[in-house]
Each structure stands twice: as structure tokens, then as C-alpha cells.
Design a protein around this ligand. Structure first.
Ligand code: ADP
Length: 608
């Protein structure tokens, strides 16, 4: 449950109200990560610096506007003529139009830069994922990887879109406003700035509370979603055990908890605009009151008061924005860091320099004293030696965890042996390129992985250039043609997202046809343990027989039938071959295998 809720809560973006006083997200190496993001942006550095230039200009224009307004007021007071007024209005309009235009342009270009940058990062990340070794995926949760590709990338994208512009604008505006204010009237500036400490502590008080409740809200939401997900997937069990009332009650508790945290999170964060508004009014009163007195004494002009009222607003807003932006940038950099961690993962070892690409193999396989361990401590496979002739069927038998899958993985070169050699047609597989080796192998696994596309395309995955006739030929040979043409769209039926939508047995038949189309010289089969109806089962057995004809096949076998007809049976236990031979000779030996066969009442050797 906790796993699930963590996964679900991960889908939601973080609360936007950070502000002063919240703890920023953890970033290990801010500078280096920023540099790497820059590495992707640098392609567009010219445009980027141009945009920064525009941001500066627009920030300066936003300072110029209020200043000119003050000047206009003074000018009109001194020389109250319509022409003066019109001239000042024309100049002011010009400034504001230019300001709006620059805002629009900087936004337009910055979004372009951000999207191109994230596009490159995403492509790099995804293509790198394709080159990572198998072990990488086995050690990680898919949900977590998905979150890096989607949430973290989205976070970077959103921040580049808006934060860069806002952050720069805020800094230029705050600095510029303070300089202008001090230049116009140091005393009035000092009085206006008295609200800054009040604002700081007020915001800190609020965000300290909102932070806690937003976190609770995320957690509660995650837990509630996790619970809903679990109840959806387990709805049959809930009904079978008549647990509806209990489920409703549990849901109500979670819902209540969410109501409480959301209520307080919203209430406290609702204070932020109220506080800002109040402080703005206070500063307005200070400027008008104190400024009025100063103006009466002739220390400043009325125009300066007008300018100050706008500047004070212009100055408190970015101050608050800055804290928000800084946290957003930190959280995006933290996201980028997680993306770069994957990009830094070592790729599958490159092929040895002298490795050859093979076109066709006969399929004579030799394991010569092979040792292998996943982790350093203990050997998973010990001293594995056997020889399979071209066209042989080798059945791998033994309890779960004995090492059957590992043998297959070594043969596919997902991992490298620690000691000993694996040879194909007398050639060490280390001297063969991985791609060409794998292209000679066909795989049919228990749970056939099919993709969300048409049946035709799924079949063609085995050989991309196969013609429609060849595809159908293979489907016929695999006993799949019959059921495919009965589907409403035939070969053009689109399978559901993970190949669902047809029965388990039918998926198996398609995956056999797919392997058949690839015409591999070496076959790897993981026999299904789950029961399939007898008719389909017969079709599968028959299809497999056709597929295995003349090909060297390794079968992780569960059915006595398959094992009985195998040319060679390797009985594995604790990573060692403990018995080796064919069905009859092994029975005669009266060892582990004979025991295994004797204890099975039915025709299935369910050894894992
Ligand atoms: P089988 O296919 O016979 O059930 P495996 O070859 O999958 O057995 O596993 C052999 C042993 O290696 C088991 O003890 C298993 O726990 C371990 N093992 C399998 N895969 C990994 C892995 N990716 N990392 C570490 N240990 C593994």
C-alpha cells in the first residue's frame, strides 16, 4: 500500500505556493547540473542572450513608465495646457506599447528555447535508456523511471518556460526600482522600505504553515488515490467477501484526512494575497502621507509621489515572486539532476574491437566450464558445461532459482560470464557482435509481450521487411491465421496497450508466429505454466513443434511431454548441472530427475 501511494502521489506536481520560509528541494550539485542544462540550451545561445537583452529592456521600460508619469504630472501642474498633456500621453503610450511588445516577444522566444532544450534532453534520455544493460531495468521500479521521463522533464520544461524570464525580470526590476527610488528621494525610499521586514516575517509565518499542510495534502491525496486504485483492481475480491461497507468506511477516513489538510492548506495560502494587498495599502498610505508632507515642504514634487506609488507596488510583487521562482528553479534543477543520473549510467558494454558480425549460424552451442554471479559474493552458476548439436532441443529443468533463466541470459549476452567460455559453432560469443548474435535468436516467453499496434505490425516485429504474404505464411504455420481472420479487422486489428484484448493462448500463438517470421537459428522458449484450454494448447504445441524443427532450441520446460521428447535434459539445482542426459537415461539413473517425475501426479513438471 505504501509503495502504491508513493507511486500515485508522485504523479502530482508539487504545490505552487512555496514562497519565503519553505525549505527548498534538495539539490546535490546545483552548479554542475545548471551547466549541463546549459549544455543543451547552448545550441540556441544567441537567441537566449538576445531574449535576456529583451528582458532587461522590458524591465527598464517598466521603470521608465512610472517615472514619466510623475514627470508628466509635474509638467502639467507647471504648465497646464492641453498640448503638454497630449504630448506626455503620447510619450507614455509609446513606452507602454513598447513594454507590452517586449513582454510578448520574450515570452514567445523563451518558450521556443525551452521546448527545444527539453526536446533534446528527452530524446537523449530515451535513446540512452535503450542502450542500458538489462540489469539496470531489473534493479529499478518502472514507476520511478517513468516519473523521471515525464514528471521531472515536465518540471524542467515548465521552469525554463517561465522562471528564467520571471527570475531575471524580478532581479532587474527590484534593483532598478530601488535605484530609482533612492535617486528620487532617499527619505521616502526609507519610509517605503519599512514594510519589507513586515512582509518578510508575515510570509514566513504563513508559508511555514502552508508548507506543512500542502505536504499533508499531497500525502493524503496520494494515499486516497492509491486506495481507489487498489479497490478498482481488487473490486471482485471486495464483492466476493462482502466488504463494501468496510471499504466505504476506510475511504471515508482517508477522504476526511484529505479534507482537513486541504482546508488548512487553502486557508493559509489564501492569506498570502490578502497580506500583500494590505501591505500595499499601508505602503500607499505611507507614501501619500509622508510624501505629502515632504511635498508641502518642497522637498519633493507631486510627480515623485505619483511615481513612488507605482514603484512600491512594482517592488513588493517581484520580491515575493523571487522566493517562489527560486524554489521552482531549485526543484527543476533537482529534477534535471535525476534525469542526468540516468544519462550517466554506463551503457551496455561496447562490442570487443575485433568482434565480427555473423550472418548465419548453424547452432552448435558449447558451454565450457561457465561460472557467473550477479553480485560478487556468491556464484549463481557454477561450472556449467554442455554441448548442444545443431537442431537439438535442450530442456532446462530444475526448481525456481536454480539458474535456468540465467543460462539463457548468458547465451543472449545480457550478462558476461565470469569464467569459462560460451561458443557458437566453435566461435567464442565474445567475438561476435551483440546485435548480430541476437538477430539469430528467436524468443517465445511465457507472457508474450505484444505492442499496442495491429497484429500485422506485431508479427512483423520479427522481421521488419517481411511482406504481407510472408506475415500470413508465418501466422498459418503457427496456427494463428485461423483466429486472426475471424477477428473483425483481421490482421489489422489493433491490440490494446500491452497487447491485451486477445486471450493468453492467442497471444502465445502470435508470439510464436513472430519468432517464426524472424527465421532464427537459435530458439529460446519459456514454456507457459498457466493452464490454457486444450484446443489452444494443442495448437501451441503443434506450432512450437514446427518452429523448433531444425533449430537448436533451449526450452525452460515445465511439461513432461516437452521434456520427454528433448534430445538433452539439463537438470539444474543451486546453479549446478546435477544430472544430464535424455529422459530414459535419467529415469534409469534414479536420481533427482527420476524423483521429480515420480512425484508429479499430472503431466506438468511445475518446477518454476
Ligand atoms: P530460474 O530461472 O531457474 O528460476 P534464475 O536463473 O532466474 O533461476 O535465478 C538464479 C539465481 O539468480 C536465483 O537465486 C536468483 O535469485 C538470482 N538472480 C536472478 N536474477 C538476478 C538479478 N538480476 N540480480 C541478482 N540475482 C539474480
Amino acid at each position: 500500500m505504501s509503495d502504491k501511494s508513493a507511486k500515485v502521489s508522485g504523479r502530482h506536481s508539487p504545490p505552487r505556493h512555496h514562497g519565503i520560509g519553505t525549505r527548498p528541494p534538495k539539490v546535490e550539485n546545483f552548479k554542475d547540473t545548471l551547466k549541463r542544462i546549459w549544455g543543451y540550451m547552448a545550441k540556441q545561445r544567441r537567441l537566449f542572450f538576445f531574449v535576456i537583452g529583451i528582458i532587461m529592456v522590458s524591465s527598464l521600460l517598466s521603470l521608465l513608465g512610472p517615472y514619466l508619469l510623475g514627470v508628466a504630472v509635474d509638467k502639467v501642474i507647471a504648465d497646464p495646457k492641453t498640448s503638454t498633456l497630449l504630448r506626455m500621453i503620447a510619450i507614455l503610450s509609446g513606452v507602454y506599447v513598447c513594454h507590452s511588445l517586449s513582454l510578448w516577444l520574450q515570452n514567445y522566444w523563451m518558450i521556443g528555447i525551452a521546448q527545444n532544450t527539453v526536446f533534446d534532453m528527452r530524446n537523449h534520455l530515451f535513446s540512452h535508456l535503450q542502450r542500458l544493460p538489462v540489469l539496470f531495468f531489473q534493479e529499478r521500479q518502472f514507476g520511478e523511471l517513468m516519473s523521471r521521463l515525464t514528471n521531472d522533464m515536465e518540471n524542467v520544461s515548465r521552469t525554463l518556460n517561465t522562471s528564467v524570464v520571471q527570475f531575471t525580470t524580478s532581479i532587474v526590476t527590484i534593483t532598478g526600482t530601488i535605484i530609482m527610488m533612492v535617486w528620487l528621494s532617499p527619505l521616502l525610499t526609507l519610509l517605503t522600505l519599512t514594510i519589507v521586514p513586515v512582509m518578510y516575517f508575515g510570509m514566513k509565518w504563513i508559508t511555514k504553515r502552508t508548507g506543512k499542510y500542502f505536504k499533508d495534502q499531497q500525502k493524503d491525496l496520494g494515499e486516497m488515490n492509491g486506495y481507489i486504485e487498489e479497490m478498482f483492481s481488487g473490486h471482485l475480491v471486495v464483492k466476493m467477501f462482502s466488504r463494501e461497507n468496510k471499504v466505504i468506511q476506510e475511504f471515508e477516513e482517508k477522504n476526511n484526512s484529505l479534507k482537513h489538510s486541504s482546508y488548512w492548506a487553502q486557508t493559509y495560502s489564501g492569506f498570502i494575497p490578502k497580506l500583500m494587498n494590505m501591505l500595499n495599502n499601508v505602503s500607499f498610505a505611507i507614501i501619500v502621507g509622508a510624501g505629502g508632507l515632504l511635498a508641502l515642504n518642497g522637498a519633493i514634487s507631486i510627480g515623485v509621489i505619483v511615481t513612488f506609488t507605482t514603484y512600491s507596488r512594482q517592488f513588493t510583487r517581484p520580491l515575493n515572486d523571487l522566493a517562489n521562482q527560486f524554489n521552482m528553479i531549485l526543484s527543476a534543477v533537482a529534477g534535471a539532476e535525476r534525469v542526468f543520473q540516468i544519462i550517466d549510467e554506463a551503457e551496455e558494454n561496447a562490442d570487443e574491437k575485433e568482434a565480427d558480425s555473423i550472418k548465419q549460424i548453424n547452432g552448435n552451442i558449447t558451454f565450457d566450464s561457465v561460472y557467473f554471479s550477479y553480485k560478487d559474493e556468491e556464484s549463481t552458476l557454477k561450472n556449467i558445461s554442455f554441448h548442444a548439436k545443431q537442431g537439438d532441443t535442450v530442456a532446462l529443468v530444475g526448481p525456481t532459482g536454480a539458474g535456468k533463466t540465467t543460462i539463457i541470459s548468458l547465451l543472449s549476452r545480457f550478462y558476461e560470464t565470469n569464467r569459462g567460455k560460451i561458443m557458437i559453432d566453435g566461435k567464442d560469443i565474445k567475438t561476435i557482435t551483440r546485435d548480430s548474435l541476437r538477430s539469430q535468436m528467436g524468443v517465445v516467453l511465457q507472457d508474450a509481450t505484444l505492442f499496442h499496434t495491429t497484429i500485422r505490425e506485431n508479427l512483423r516485429y520479427g522481421r521488419l521487411e517481411a511482406t504481407d504474404e510472408e506475415v500470413e505464411e508465418a501466422a498459418k504455420a503457427a496456427n494463428a491465421h485461423g483466429f486472426i481472420i475471424k477477428l473483425p479487422m483481421g490482421y489489422d486489428t489493433v491490440l490494446d496497450s500491452d497487447g491485451k484484448g486477445i486471450s493468453h493462448g492467442q497471444r502465445q500463438l502470435i508470439s510464436i508466429a513472430r519468432a517464426m517470421l524472424a527465421e532464427p537459428s537459435l530458439l529460446i522458449l519459456d514454456e507457459a505454466t498457466s493452464s490454457i484450454d486444450t484446443v489452444t494448447e494443442m495448437k501451441i504445441t503443434d506450432a512450437l513443434k514446427t518452429l523448433m524443427e531444425g533449430r537448436t532450441s533451449f526450452v525452460i520446460a515445465h511439461r513432461l511431454n516437452t521434456i520427454r521428447s528433448a534430445d538433452q535434459i539439463l537438470v539444474l539445482n543451486h546453479g549446478e548441472i546435477i544430472e544430464q542426459g535424455n529422459h530414459d537415461s535419467l529415469l534409469e539413473q534414479g536420481g533427482f530427475y527420476a524423483d521429480l517425475v515420480r512425484t508429479q501426479q499430472n503431466e506438468t513438471l511445475d518446477t518454476g
